[in-house]
Design a protein around this ligand. Structure first.
Ligand SMILES: C[S@@+](CC[C@H](N)C(=O)[O-])C[C@H]1O[C@@H](n2cnc3c(N)ncnc32)[C@H](O)[C@@H]1O
Length: 364
């Protein structure tokens, strides 16, 4: 067992089983040993690869999206440009490079990065030299003011509770101890308070509830309603998010068991976009599949432009990266984009058409 696994086991021995959300919060966020406090997870040498690390086009198109929203809200200066969980800083560096020519945009930007991870912050500092970012542990610490926010693969790392519908009703899945003192999953023997929040379902059904994600979406929505602005949230989440057991563990680009080696293993759950939109309480657009979103923003045209200046080997790499980002059997449909805004502006790029799942909805 890892040192953190031992600490969690000791806590359970003293106070009893803990929720999966509490386990996830410790495994990812423990101040000294948590995965997102000390690991460098993103990239070939880490545990997984993310869209901005696949191609510069991802961050460039998001930069254009942010600049267009800045124009749409009347070019406020300063505007708080916020990224939640910037990883290696690649998305933001590509976004800023791509928007240098937008008159007045960079002069108006006040860059804020929300990340708990010291090694990642160092990577961000290097990638974003020259843009004078301010770092925060939490979104609430970002000063008031008009907001442009982006979060890619951030909400999936926020803790979720998990439930199973038994013949007796919903039962929460807890982390307890086996006879050898190791960590094990087991259903709570009786009803727990959060189970009463779930709609009834057939026996055998699974459900997840992410209080942290909902609370954060609520805080972002409140800021947008008060100060104006837009947020773009991209993450993976099947249409069944919230109604399935999606929590998964990854280590070294391989699937792992959820309880295995806490602090050394990434944990993530599908994002329940409908719950985030409802919690935000402002105008919401989407979610729309990442493939469709990037296509509408002009990914294929950008790929063509890059290929014209590329060597033959690079052309193949550009094609492969485009396919990875947009193909339905790769990141194109599993990953989805949601936009939140104050509803006073024209709909944002990428969400303007209305195919099945991105009809604009307004929550008041
Ligand atoms: C999966 S990585 C994604 C990185 C980047 N957005 C990308 O697309 O490459 C998650 C990022 O969020 C940060 N993070 C995870 N949980 C966090 C939390 N609760 N508070 C602040 N930052 C967190 C991690 O340190 C990391 O930089």
């Amino acid at each position: 067992m890892t040192e953190l696994g031992g600490l969690i086991a000791r806590r359970i021995a003293l106070t009893g089983p803990i929720s999966l959300a509490d386990f996830m919060a410790e495994a990812l966020g423990h101040p000294r040993l948590g995965y997102y406090r000390r690991a460098v997870p993103v990239g070939a040498a880490g545990d997984f690869t993310t869209a901005p690390e696949i191609s510069q086009m991802f961050g460039e198109l998001i930069g254009a999206w942010l600049a267009e929203r800045w124009l749409a809200i009347g070019r406020p200066a300063p505007v708080r440009l916020v990224e939640l969980g910037p990883g290696r800083g690649t998305l933001m560096a590509d976004a800023l490079r791509a928007t240098r020519a937008v008159p007045g945009f960079h002069a108006a930007l006040d860059l804020h990065l929300v990340d708990t991870n010291a090694p990642m912050r160092e990577a961000q500092r290097l990638a974003l030299r020259g843009y004078a970012p301010t770092w925060h542990e939490r979104f609430d610490e970002v000063p008031d003011g008009p907001l442009l926010l982006v979060a890619n693969e951030f909400f999936d790392a926020l803790p979720v509770r998990q439930f199973h519908r038994t013949a007796q009703g919903w039962r929460e899945r807890m982390v307890g101890l086996d006879e050898q003192g190791g960590l094990r999953l087991a259903l709570a023997p009786g009803a727990t308070p959060f189970a009463s929040l779930l709609p009834d379902a057939d026996e055998g059904a699974e459900a997840e509830l992410g209080e942290a994600g909902r609370a954060l979406a609520g805080a972002i929505g409140a800021r947008i309603a008060h100060d104006g602005g837009w947020a773009l949230i991209i993450d993976y989440g099947a249409g069944t998010a919230g109604r399935a057991a999606s929590l998964q563990a990854v280590r070294g680009h391989q699937g792992a068991s959820i309880l295995d080696r806490p602090g050394e293993t990434d944990l993530s759950a599908h994002v329940d976009f409908a719950a985030l939109a409802a919690s935000a309480g402002v105008a919401a657009y989407g979610p729309v599949g990442q493939g469709e979103f990037l296509r509408r923003l002009g990914l294929q045209e950008r790929a063509q432009a890059l290929k014209q200046r590329a060597k033959p080997a690079q052309e193949n790499a550009i094609d492969a990266a485009s396919a990875r980002l947009i193909a339905p059997d790769q990141m194109g449909t599993l990953f989805r984009a949601l936009a939140l805004g104050d509803g006073k502006n024209a709909p944002p790029a990428g969400f303007t058409d209305t195919p099945s799942d991105d009809t604009p909805r307004t929550f008041t």
